[in-house]
Every structure is written in structure tokens, then in C-alpha cells.
Design a protein around this ligand. Sequence first.
Ligand code: AMP
Ligand code: MG
Length: 513
Amino acid sequence: MKLNIQDTFTSELPADSNTENFTRQVENACFSLASPIQTKAPQLLHVNTEVAQKLGFTQNDLESKDFLNIVTGNNVYPNTTPYAMCYGGHQFGNWAGQLGDGRAINLFQVKTDASYTLQLKGAGKTPYSRTADGLAVLRSSIREYLCAEAMYHLGVPTTRSLSLSLSGDDVLRDVLYNGNPAYEPGAIVGRVAESFIRFGSFQIFASRNDKTTLAALMNYTIRHHFPHLEENNKEDYAKLFQEIVNATVKMIVHWQRVGFVHGVMNTDNMSILGLTIDYGPYGWLDNFDPDWTPNITDSQNRRYRYGQQANIGLWNLYQLANTFYTLTEDAAPLEEALNSYKTQFEAQNLAMMCAKIGIQTPNKQDYILIQSLETNLKLIETDMTIFYRLLATATKIEDCLEAFYIPEQLKGETLTEWQVWFDQYTTRLSSETLSKEDRIAKMNAVNPKYVLRNYMSQLAIEAAENKDYSLIEEFYQLVQNPYDEQPEYQKWFAKRPDWAKKKVGCSMLSCSS
Ligand code: AMP
Ligand code: MG
């Protein structure tokens, strides 16, 4: 095994001077050294060979004991120093102080076509573990492993998955936080990103008025991720903020397009590269319901519901702007960047929604057509993914019957509303110049046929808990080509079954993972 290790994060940024592994506040440092724990019976369940190749692993490496030991934390790659990153964050609207990698351990950075950090989630405690165990369970690890890849192939910016392993140790979890803890199989996900720096990575230093470490991290970010900007330059710090705004808008527009609900958009879960990060109690819209959130920890306020994600993205950026201000000391460019969020989001969201319905040349009036479409989608339970996929070839609402959970409900006023909409839509389409075939192809390239439905992950989890890992492989294959017809997987082009509607793990998830 020969990787091109280039650990810039640990070699260029200030380290915690204390190298012992106990829970504490860590000041004036971007990271603490933290070794993964030894596990009882490590077992590799799945490897993503595409990502492995990207990192420089060979096929032989993947089959070696060494690889298993590295991605389960049982061996440390020579001359590397695993570490946990220090960050803070606003959780559910409140400043939570220091958080940090409590159960993620960064192993190393490799340089290939780009620089990638390999991180293990669930490999044991770090100085940031607070009162928790630093571990992860199989169910949430399967959800993270598969979903990151599903998102990647859907064209949504995201962290990637390298490996999914069992630790062989049991982990105690109270799934619903209702006083019923039980043991579950422990697991470890190897995940990869060009950077795991979060909004909260900057925030923690501003909250402590530690401008020196804040500047060091900002300069590092510029040097490695935005090299067209200049270090130690207040104007360029503001430009960096603008870049983060742009990337965040882009990511959230993608989420809205595919019906993804993150579930925990705390600022410690917001990547400065605009990557979808930290797959916890996330979910996919089955029936189109903008008020839906999968996260039962948030069921009271529904702060992180689908229809609110754009606003929360902006709220989070306001918090980050305050952090940037401690260095830039000039509010105007930061305010300008924040103001651009709304205009960027509106324009990109309109273009995205127009693309979903096959309109290539969006105009302001299309907004009304889209609004009435979204109103109609809520008239009776309508599967979002199936509806948009069928719309490409539909000439009347009856062509979309399969998208309705109870098709018999398409009658009376509901039917009339849909007919009215379809008339307006067909008229609007006739003013477009694209041929029908080209329009269908373009619509099918933005409206996935297959997403990783909540109930599908649950099926893979239940099978895996009985030691049958075949669905993990099947879904891993399925999500590689979400826009293709893939007739062999047609059975997954299906609405959520009744059993999944109110089931824990399908529509009800918590942060307990
Ligand atoms: P999350 O909501 O999963 O992004 O986690 C928020 C914070 O809690 C982060 O600092 C995590 O590292 C930490 N955390 C979550 N689960 C655990 C765990 N099992 N052990 C240690 N820290 C955890
Ligand atoms: Mg997190």
C-alpha cells in the first residue's frame, strides 16, 4: 500500500498542545491528536472502489488485511497522526459552544488529482466527545454510506463514502430518546472530502475572540481551497465569504430539486465548500410536503423542514458573517454577500424548477405556474419523485396517476385544479422551441427516477441486522445511475409502502446514531 500522504491540515495549523485523549475545552488550536480505538472483530461490509481508486488504493490494497485495519481504525497508516477537528456551532438556533469531531477521526490527507481527507466516523472517543461514546451504529452508518453516494450520483455536492465496516462491538443507543436503550451492532464509515471544515470551525475562534487562530484557518482555507484569493487580506476574506454563500445556495437548490431534507442544518453541519455533510436524521420527500422533516428531535418547531431549508441556509450564513466580521471589520461586503443569497437563490431555484417541468427559458411568470403546481401537489398525497418523472411524457394529469398514493382521490375539485394547471402548462410548453424528445431527455436528466427512499434504507438496515448485506450492494448499484431507466430495478420506482408511513427509521429519525 503506497499512498501519497500530504497532511497539510496538521502540518500548517496550530495543534492542541495536550496530546491526551480526554474530554475538555481546547483553545487556540484547530485540532487535537486522537487515535482510533481497537475493535473486537472488524469486518468490511462494503468498499467503494471508485473512491478508493481516487485516493490511490489499488485493488490488491482493498483485499488486504491492512486496508481493513486502516478503515476500522485498528492500524494507523505509517507516518500519519490521526486527529479530531475543533469546531463550535449553532444547534437549532442557539450557540452551543465547542462541539468538534466527537466521533469522527481524520486519518490523513492524500494528494492525487486533488487533496482528499479520509475520516472515520464511529472510531472512538476524542477530546470533543463530551459525554458520548464516539461510536456509531450499523443503521445510521448504512444510511450515511449509501446516501452520500446517492447524492453524489444525483449531482449534489457531498462528502463521499469509502467504506462501511462492522466493528464487532455492541453499542448502546436509545433510538427515540424515550428511555428504552438497547444494544446495536457498532459500525464505522470511512468518508472522504476535499475538506471537512465547517461554518462552526471558524465560529469557535470568533466566539473566543481568538483572531490569530481564526486568521490561520482562514488563510489555510484560502491557500488550499480558494487559491485565487489572497491570504491576510480583509477584502479577500469577504470574497471568501461570498464564495461560501454561492456554494451554499447551489447545494440547497440541489436539495430542493431531488427532495432531500438534511434534518440537522446546524452550523457545525454546514461545509464551507457547500458539500452535503453529516448524514444523520435526513430523509427524502415521499409525498410532496414542504412542512415535512424526518427529524423527530425537531418535530415541535420543524426548523429544518424541507420548505425552510433555503431560509435556514441564510440564517446560518448570517452567523458565519458575524464570525468573518471579527477579521474584516467591514460589514458592507459581508452584507452584500448575504443580500446576494436571496437573489441567487430565487434565480437558481426558478431555473431549477423550470428545468424540472421542461422549460428551458425561464421567465418571471413561470414562477406562478410553479407555485400553482406546488399547491396542486399537496391537494392529495403525491409522490414527488414519481410525479416529476412521469411528467416528462404526460399530456394530461391521468398520465401521472401512478404518483398518487390514493389515485381514486383524483376527482371533483382536485381533478379540475389539475386540469386547469395542465392546460396552462401545455400552453406554456408550446412556446418553447425544443423538440419533444429533447425536452423529455432534459427533464429526465434533472428528475431522478430513483432516489434512496427512506423505506429502502430501512429495508437494507433490517436485512443487514440479520447479516444479509445484499441490499446494501443492490442500492449501491442502483444509486450509481439515478437518472437512467434501469428496468432491472423498476420495483424501486415505487411509492412508500403503507408500513413505512409512520415507522421509526422511515419517517421518524432522531439524532441518536
Ligand atoms: P451531529 O448532530 O451528529 O452533527 O453531532 C453534533 C455533535 O455531537 C458533534 O460534535 C459530534 O461529534 C457529537 N456527537 C454526536 N454523536 C456522538 C457520539 N456518539 N459520540 C461522541 N460525539 C458525538
Ligand atoms: Mg455533525
